[in-house]
Design a protein around this ligand. Structure first.
Ligand SMILES: [Cu+2]
Length: 260
């Protein structure tokens, strides 16, 4: 089978420093193998190449007209591309992606970030308007209303709204002040993933923001935080007694339903 032959080549090539010799040996061995052994090997290869296999399955299904059925049962995903904010202050361009995948009652929240201050926790939230049906936007330079060169958390309110859902170890708690937000490694990156009950989160959301629904496609995701040692002008505002370094917005992205 030509497809299997191709996989053999790929696998050997990846693990071998001298692909030419190994491939020859491999092919020779392969020819001697019984069909049982072949079957077992094929199963392993299929697992290794499951992405490729899924891609092919998807294409085949589309041609067979099964795609319509798949679309009805498919997961719904909302995504935001996170772009840097206040990079002059942070000294690096924080970027990333936030994805919310709904599958039945399961909502899986995934945030990946890079270019953030290393070795520290980063607050990350869903922000939005607690009143009306306004769509949030990420702030721009013009939202630095006091002209101190920094868009602080309070200055994001008029365009993005308020802090709504925390992405730490327990989003359903809706507790914003918590020390279980993800921490970046020494390389200034992190990956956060949490699955919650969609119903539980919707209920908690409605209880905290009466008259509002989660409405992911009109919300934004913010990442926050620079090291405590970062010098900030006294004009940089924060929430309550939280140091401005902790809440400083470093990246933002507007959520869109995937495929829209
Ligand atoms: Cu926030």
């Amino acid at each position: 089978m030509p497809v299997r032959g191709r996989h053999d080549f790929d696998c050997v090539n990846r693990v071998s420093g001298t692909p030419g010799i190994t491939i020859q040996k491999h092919v020779a061995m392969e020819q001697k193998r019984s069909s049982d052994a072949d079957h077992e090997e094929n199963t392993m290869r299929l697992q290794k190449h499951s992405f490729a296999a899924m891609g092919l399955a998807g294409v085949l299904a589309a041609f067979a007209g099964i795609s319509v059925v798949q679309a009805e049962n498919a997961d719904v995903t909302y995504k935001a591309e996170l772009s840097p904010l206040n990079s002059k202050t942070t000294g690096s361009e924080a970027r990333g992606e936030a994805a919310f995948t709904i599958s039945g009652d399961q909502l899986t929240i995934h945030v990946s970030a890079k270019g953030v201050s290393p070795n520290m926790e980063h607050l990350q939230h869903l922000h939005g308007f607690a009143k009306g049906d306004r769509k949030s936007k990420c702030p721009a330079a013009r939202n630095d209303t006091n002209g101190d060169g920094i868009i602080d958390l309070i200055e994001t309110d008029p365009v993005a709204g308020t802090t709504m859902v925390p992405f730490h170890d327990d989003p359903v708690s809706m507790e914003i002040v918590k020390d279980t937000y993800p921490a970046a490694g020494a390389d200034g990156s992190y990956s956060y993933e949490k699955t919650v009950s969609l119903k539980a989160l919707k209920d908690a959301f409605a209880a905290k923001f009466p008259g509002q629904q989660l409405d992911l496609d009109r919300r934004v995701v913010f990442l926050h935080g620079v090291p405590a040692s970062t010098k900030l002008p006294a004009t940089v505002a924060s929430l309550d007694n939280i140091p401005a370094q902790v809440t400083l917005p470093i990246a933002c992205g507007e959520l869109k339903k995937a495929g829209d």
